[in-house]
Design a protein around this ligand. Sequence first.
Ligand code: NAD
Ligand code: MG
Length: 392
Amino acid sequence: MPRRVTVLGATGSIGTSTLEVLARHPERYRVHALTAHRSREALLAQCRVHRPALAVLDAEGDAAWLRARLGEAGLATEVRAGVDALVEVAEADEVDTVMAAIVGAAGLLPTLAAVRAGKRVLLANKEALVMSGALFMDAVARHDATLLPIDSEHNAIYQCLPVEHRGGLARHGVTQLLLTASGGPFRGWTAADLVAVTPDQACAHPNWSMGRKISVDSASLMNKGLELIEACWLFDARPDQVQVVVHPQSVIHSMAAYSDGSVIAQLGNPDMRTPIAYGLAWPERIEAGVEALDLFQIARLDFEPADETAFPCLRLAREAMAVGGTAPAVLNAANEVAVEAFLDGRLGFTGIGELVARVRDARPVEAARDLETVLAADALARQAAHDWLARQ
Ligand code: NAD
Ligand code: MG
């Protein structure tokens, strides 16, 4: 029987790569549901090809439009709207695997619903885990979900660790996780150089083609900060056990260092279809359409430390993880507002780190007791961020 897959955020960069991998293996996978925010044309095109049982858009107006087009095309896909529908397609009984590829906090509820329904959850939506940390990992354990990291670095570390790696790194002889970073388009730039950079410059990543939000995060190194937090939760690591290593070629996707001196790395061309195929097929391997790595063409691999003076977001994230509680949720919310303002031309690039620091200083940290506390911290941090922007 083919596995049934829901793709949350199907029209995005990760979503389309996921559908490419799924289409290579029709005997293994069937698409159950595809979801998008507003991209109704893109979702229509995907429905024509993948013929899901369900499609979900945010607004009822867009859903009605899609329903009409699918009807004209004689397709039986049912169309729904809103967050409840996202949750439903994430937890549906028919579904084995959920690709969590919505960007930002909007992905938290459906991703958590998939976890609570005990699905195989392929986690690209790092913001969901950053926000809810312990609550998310507790739900994974309690509901016996299978959580497979899709973020290339975490997927690499997963591949470099022993199969059973719960209960702290030290128990398994792991001394450090080496989280590689490309350094983004502004590697080597000073804080003064960064003041006038534009959204298009920030989104022109040297090695990866991605959605605009994560592209800006990669340029500010907030992405690496969010990934540091993500690694702590996924692998039971303390922040000081995760070292960021700038590696401009993006060929080593991350490493695990062991007490006997061994360092195990995972290498490959920078193509998200590799971690996506790994997550879909684990513990087996399937063809992903990715070109074989040509080491002679790459010829050299370079490494350098990250510059946390020009790129303060990495430090802000590490500090938020050390503080714990709702601090990572506040960091994430402030960053989402800051990135949106930067992309809209309302905030300069260096304003991103400044805004995140201001919101952090303005918001109290609470214990992340339950989801309501986390969602309230997220909402209040967004409000504080908008207030600060309005005063500029
Ligand atoms: P993207 O912007 O290309 O796509 C986002 C998808 O989510 C789209 O389908 C969009 O319609 C949907 N979406 C956006 N806002 C939504 C909302 N409010 N409600 C419901 N759906 C919404 O983003 P992406 O680059 O594919 O990234 C997706 C996630 O994967 C992010 O969390 C990102 O950090 C993570 N990730 C991406 C990459 C990459 O290479 N693109 C790598 C690692 C991790
Ligand atoms: Mg990554």
